[in-house]
Design a protein around this ligand. Structure first.
Ligand code: DAT
Ligand code: MG
Length: 139
C-alpha cells in the first residue's frame, strides 16, 4: 500500500550551517505540504531508538553522536508518492553520489553528515512521524 506521507529531519549539520530556510523552500517548491514541523533536539537515547535498525553497523555510534549533537528540524510531509519522491529530492546517502539539484548535493558535507533524513518506506514514515509528533500535532 502506498500512503501519501513521509517524515524528514533537517540534520544538525544543515541547521548549524543556516540551511533550514533554503531546504524548507526546496521541499515546499517540490509540492510537499507540511503536515507537522518543529525545531527540536534528539537525546542520545532518542537517536539510538530512531536508528535502532543500524545498531550493528560500524557507523552507529558516530551516527547517534552526530544526530544528538545539536538542534534538528523534524517534519511530516504530504504529497502523492511522498516516500519515493522525497528520496529523489534528497539524493543519494553519499553526497558525492547525489544527483545535481538534490538537497544532499547542495547541502550535505559528508556521508555521515548528509543534511537531511527521508523515510525509506510508508511503514517507517508512519513510525518515524509518530515518534516525533502526537496526533494533535499532525495537520
Ligand atoms: P539514508 O539516510 O540515505 O536512508 P541509511 O538509512 O543507509 O541512509 O543510513 C542512515 C544514516 O547513517 C545516513 O543518512 C548517514 C549514516 N551512514 C550511512 N552509511 C554510512 C557510512 N558508511 N558511514 C558513515 N555514516 C553512514
Ligand atoms: Mg535510511
Amino acid at each position: 500500500m502506498t500512503t501519501n506521507r513521509t517524515f524528514t529531519m533537517i540534520k544538525p549539520d544543515a541547521v548549524a550551517n543556516g540551511h533550514i530556510g533554503n531546504i524548507l523552500a526546496m521541499i515546499t517548491n517540490a509540492g510537499f505540504r507540511i503536515v507537522s514541523l518543529k525545531l527540536t533536539q534528539l537525546t542520545v537515547a532518542d537517536a539510538q531508538a530512531f536508528y535502532a535498525v543500524h545498531a550493528q553497523r560500524p557507523f552507529y555510534g558516530e551516527l547517534v553522536d552526530f544526530m544528538s549533537s545539536g538542534p534538528i528540524v523534524a517534519a511530516i510531509l504530504e504529497k502523492e508518492n511522498a516516500v519515493a519522491d522525497f528520496r529523489t529530492l534528497i539524493g543519494a546517502t553519499n553526497p558525492a553520489e547525489a544527483a545535481e539539484g538534490t538537497i544532499r548535493k547542495l547541502y550535505a558535507t559528508s556521508m555521515g553528515e548528509n543534511a537531511v533524513h527521508g523515510s525509506d518506506s510508508d511503514e517507517n514514515a508512519a513510525i518515524e512521524g509518530n515518534f516525533h509528533f502526537s496526533g494533535r500535532e499532525q495537520f
